[in-house]
Design a protein around this ligand. Structure first.
Ligand code: FAD
Ligand code: DLZ
Ligand code: SF4
Length: 524
């Protein structure tokens, strides 16, 4: 490798840090820097990631390395099948220090607790200076969040989000007032799908030579992991990710808001942006996307409820869950406030269930390593909540199956948002719903063996008895909650036979579930 000067700066770039604007690359000079990129066994196997997720990350890493080299940077790239590969970030940094004798190792903090803990050991392990920089791709620093959170009994995204709106100036006028008079237009973003609702398809990217090589590697080394590789069509470069963003802003943002919570069988993307993989990898700048959305509104090309909704997902939810993760780790990983102990049903892996909504959400998860937000929340998540599935099993599943899944974003969404395992620090109430909600917001029920209108017994939608079973077994905790407690008046008005029929139906259904054998999410 043509080397830069003696004792250069070594810049390790992790698989989700793929931008030239990274704090550790920005301001460096090409003749004094070696960029280190590492495909390592530990990262590829700490859970048994969906095959598309590994292929996406390796392909994006290889393309980014090529882009850096073309721009004149020195890149030391370790492939997974390099025979001396040490298998871990720490092992590879140690080998790179031997090769390059750097005067400084400069790295941007890792997104995940597990990796950051390892990184924190480097200063004690290596005989050269180590610099760990803040990841300034996020708008909110941890110190800022911790200060905001201090002395607050409840952490609510809505108030944090207003701070982020003020900080960025997005959709805020010169007097600090929100555009249109309201901070949040969520109430306009719950339109059920009308008959035949369909969205213009976004661009799909067929694998090029680099991606195909990676797909072959993944099939050979991780062939027994969950998911299909045949349908791999993710953007793997900044240029492709920008093309995907262009298509979203040209064709789908207009309806993004109104149909944000809608679900249509077979319409996998609907009006969603499909940009989370690219944002999380570093291919797209989240704030730049928000500015584009704001401009679409200013130019009259998209309504306020769509644009505010999109911006809220990014500078609201995305920033919020990341800061919440660091605020609540490491205990968030083990939180189980509702003492849920049931094993994850096998159908989460096989898709073999008569429940049409779950079957469709698992199909798109298997084929595309993606499901949109309301599918993750109100179908897959709602079921796991109502059925009382052990949070650790649910967390592992979500971390494995989605191409955009990194623990900092997956864990708060799963443990705190869908499972209420944190006891309500993030969400004001559990997102529990019966079949009625899914029937209203989707067309799934029309083709289901079960009926959403039947409440108990044979043929009843399982979400109906499960809902009351959940409410009944968590009464002590939930009836004090002003946002959900009133539901117990409805339960108390039912006669005992009706209540018993709900509880018996739910028990019969829960007894019929086959738990997944171990080994799907983590190696035995
Ligand atoms: P869009 O609907 O177009 O939204 C725009 C962007 O907003 C997304 O690209 C994403 O960057 C951001 N966003 C939206 N909702 C959230 C949220 N709740 N948390 C953080 N960012 C958000 N997102 C991930 O990136 N990785 C995950 O591992 C992940 N796990 C999730 C698990 C559960 C249980 C739930 C309910 C949500 C999860 N999300 C996760 C959030 C969300 O479902 C995905 O970001 C979204 O479906 C990605 O598709 P999209 O880009 O089309 O999103
Ligand atoms: C998810 C992942 C995988 C599967 N493989 C790698 C890898 O081999 N090399 C790498 O740099 N990053 C990988 N990643 C992403 C990392 O897990 C991610 O950067 C850390 O979780 C951040 O803390
Ligand atoms: Fe899902 Fe129930 Fe509707 Fe079937 S009837 S699709 S299980 S909500």
């Amino acid at each position: 490798m043509p080397g830069p000067s003696d004792n250069p700066v070594l810049v390790p770039v992790l698989g989700d840090q793929l931008t030239r604007d990274l704090a550790s690359i920005r301001g460096r000079t090409k003749d004094d820097t070696v960029i280190l990129m590492m495909e390592v066994w530990d990262e590829a196997t700490y859970v048994r990631h969906h095959k598309q997720k590994i292929a996406l990350i390796f392909s994006a890493m290889r393309h980014f390395a090529e882009e850096l080299r073309d721009a004149g940077w020195t890149v030391d790239y370790i492939t997974l099948d390099d025979e001396d590969n040490a298998g871990s970030f720490t092992g590879e940094v140690a080998r790179a220090i031997e090769r390059h004798s750097p005067r400084l190792v400069s790295v941007v903090e890792a997104g995940e607790w597990r990796v950051r803990e390892a990184m924190d050991q480097w200063a004690g392990k290596f005989a050269c200076e180590i610099e760990i920089l803040r990841d300034d791709r996020f708008t909110c620093s941890q110190a800022e969040f911790d200060e905001w959170a201090e002395d607050r009994k409840e952490l609510r995204m809505e108030f944090f989000y207003r701070e982020m709106r003020r900080k960025t100036g997005l959709l805020v006028d010169d007097d600090g007032k929100p555009e249109g008079g309201e901070w949040n237009y969520d109430s306009e973003n719950r339109k059920p799908p009308k008959e035949g609702l369909s969205a213009p398809e976004g661009p799909k990217f067929d694998p090029d030579g680099i991606t195909q090589e990676v797909i072959d590697l993944v099939e050979a080394r991780f062939g027994d992991h969950f998911g299909s590789l045949e349908t791999f069509q993710w953007p793997v470069t900044r240029a492709e990710a920008e093309e995907a963003a262009d298509a979203f802003f040209a064709e789908r943002i207009e309806c993004f808001g109104p149909y944000q919570d809608a679900m249509v069988a077979g319409e996998d993307d609907l009006f969603h942006s499909m940009l989370s993989t690219s944002i999380n990898l570093g291919l797209l700048d989240p704030l730049e996307l928000c500015r584009r959305a704001e401009k679409a509104y200013q130019d009259g090309k998209a309504p306020l409820n769509s644009v505010e909704g999109f911006i809220r997902q990014i500078i609201g939810w995305r920033e919020y869950v990341r800061a919440f993760y660091w605020h609540q780790m490491p205990h968030l990983q083990k939180a189980n406030a509702l003492n849920a102990q049931r094993g994850l049903p096998e159908f989460y892996w096989t898709g073999e269930t008569d429940m049409a909504c779950l079957a469709d959400c698992i199909r798109t998860t298997r084929d595309n390593a993606h499901a949109h937000h309301i599918q993750r929340l109100m179908v897959l998540g709602n079921f796991a909540l109502l059925a009382g599935i052990d949070p650790r099993e649910v967390q592992d599943w979500y971390l494995v199956v989605y191409a955009d899944a990194y623990e900092w974003v997956e864990l708060p969404n799963v443990a705190a948002m869908i499972l209420y395992a944190d006891g309500g620090k993030l969400a004001s109430k559990p997102y529990a719903a019966s079949g009625n909600y899914i029937n209203k917001m989707s067309n799934y029920c029309a083709d289901c063996t079960y009926s959403p209108n039947k409440k108990t017994g044979e043929g009843a939608c399982p979400f109906n008895p499960l809902y009351w079973h959940f409410m009944d077994r968590h009464r002590e905790r939930l009836e004090k909650n002003p946002r959900i407690g009133r539901i117990y008046a409805t339960w108390d008005r039912m006669d005992d036979d009706r209540k018993q029929a709900y509880l018996d139906s739910a028990d019969t259904f829960l007894d019929s579930l086959t738990p997944a054998p171990s080994g799907w999410a983590r190696a035995d």
